[in-house]
Design a protein around this ligand. Structure first.
Ligand SMILES: NC(=O)c1ccc[n+]([C@@H]2O[C@H](COP(=O)([O-])OP(=O)(O)OC[C@H]3O[C@@H](n4cnc5c(N)ncnc54)[C@H](OP(=O)(O)O)[C@@H]3O)[C@@H](O)[C@H]2O)c1
Length: 365
């Protein structure tokens, strides 16, 4: 991987943990592409994130002030050439993770930004390896398109990505990476859960927003939907572990637990932890959200309805496919911890502490 690596997305949720893993488990200097000017907010957020994950920057973090949406990543010719010469690997984790936005709004970051990263890796005829963080969302609509099971080596045609801008652009990014003349490994997390020990999780991902919405309307839908998951620390460790093996290049990896997590189980945990959630039908739940559309929690859930269709399986054909991660698990030998009630207790405590969720009204059972 070399003495120097480039990491994008280090100010984000998963990227912060990737930075921590790279600093803890390798001796590389980590160049972090950070938005904004020198001394701006990006730098402070990166350093705060590193403190949160307990990583010691130890003089091995270098800020690269740039932007995926700009030509040459927003770097000067000199900076760009120097960075390309120096780095032995790229970890491309940055993306616009907006599940409601149209494809055209996300493409400059998610597709063109990925092309710009691939171009840097290939600059001057180099073939610097790129480790691309993708998502299992690239086949969110595959059941309706005729595929019930997807493994790491299953071909993923365009139709499998559905008509959600985010999943489409992540699919396009994978395609661009596979077509590029640099060695690439693709890592597909499922839903990235909070840290297995601390509960630190994203404040605004789908799960946090879903929990807000069900707590807000006091009801959770009875549904067949399920997701594949793993805690953020497991995802980051798996990526850094695999990326250090030369035979990872050319491969695709699913970083998730082999079992799917049913939303029924998630709602049961929330109930047992103290939130009074009446069970209702999907149809009734949709009505409750509509009646409450003036609140941002209900409004956002309705805005994400295309994602709800698939994850909560509003129709049998929308349900996500069975996702096989056995080839990845056979390589790493590391099965992610299963998110049990205690796990969700830590997640909910974190979200309550951040005032994302209201305090638990009842004593825990
Ligand atoms: N979270 C999940 O459940 C999940 C599941 C599967 C896959 N993934 C993938 O994992 C990766 C990280 O997701 P996340 O949840 O950690 O997202 P996140 O917290 O929203 O972080 C996104 C990161 O990308 C950076 N970024 C966005 N636009 C940029 C631009 N134009 N130029 C440079 N940097 C830019 C952000 O920088 P700022 O801080 O400046 O905004 C931030 O560091 C993404 O590739 C996502 O597709 C996530």
């Amino acid at each position: 991987m070399g003495d120097h690596v480039l990491l994008t997305g280090a100010t984000g949720f998963l990227g912060g943990y990737l930075a921590g893993e790279l600093l803890t488990r390798t001796s590389a200097t980590v160049h972090c592409l950070v938005r904004g000017r020198s001394g701006g907010g990006g730098e402070a957020r990166l350093l705060a994130g590193l403190r949160r994950v307990g990583a010691d920057a130890d003089g091995r973090v270098r800020m690269v002030h740039g932007n995926l949406r700009k030509p040459r990543l927003g770097l000067s010719d000199r900076e760009y050439a120097r960075l390309a010469e120096r780095i032995g690997a790229v970890y491309h984790c940055a993306a616009s993770v907006n599940l409601a936005a149209h494809r055209d709004r996300l493409a400059p970051t998610n597709v063109e930004g990925t092309r710009a990263v691939l171009a840097l890796a290939g600059h001057g005829g180099r073939r610097t390896p790129v480790h691309l963080v993708s998502t299992q969302g690239v086949f969110i609509a595959s059941r309706a398109a005729g595929a019930a099971v997807i493994a790491e080596d299953t071909p993923v045609p365009s139709a499998y990505a559905g008509d959600i801008g985010y999943t489409r652009t992540k699919w396009e990014a994978e395609e661009a990476a596979r077509a590029a003349d640099v060695p690439v490994a693709v890592y597909r997390p499922g839903v990235v859960l909070g840290h297995s020990a601390t509960g630190h999780c994203s404040d605004n991902d789908f799960l946090a927003r879903l929990l807000r919405a069900v707590v807000r309307v006091g009801a959770a839908p009875d549904c067949e939907g399920d997701i594949t998951v793993s805690p953020v620390d497991h995802v980051a460790r798996t990526i850094v572990d695999l990326s250090q093996r030369p035979d990872a290049l050319g491969g695709t990896f699913h970083t998730t637990h082999p079992e799917h997590l049913a939303f029924r189980e998630v709602f049961d945990h929330a109930r047992a932890l103290g939130y009074p959630l009446r069970e209702c039908s999907l149809r009734e739940w949709h009505g409750l959200l509509r009646d409450d559309i003036g609140s941002s929690d209900s409004f956002v859930m309705l805005a994400l309805w295309k994602v709800v269709d698939h994850l909560l399986a509003t129709r049998p054909e929308y349900r996500i496919p069975r996702i096989d991660s056995s080839a990845t698990l056979a390589r790493t030998g590391a099965v992610p911890p299963w998110p049990d009630r205690d796990f969700f207790g830590r997640t909910i405590d974190h979200l309550v502490g951040r005032e994302v969720l209201p305090p638990l009204p009842l004593a825990r059972t």
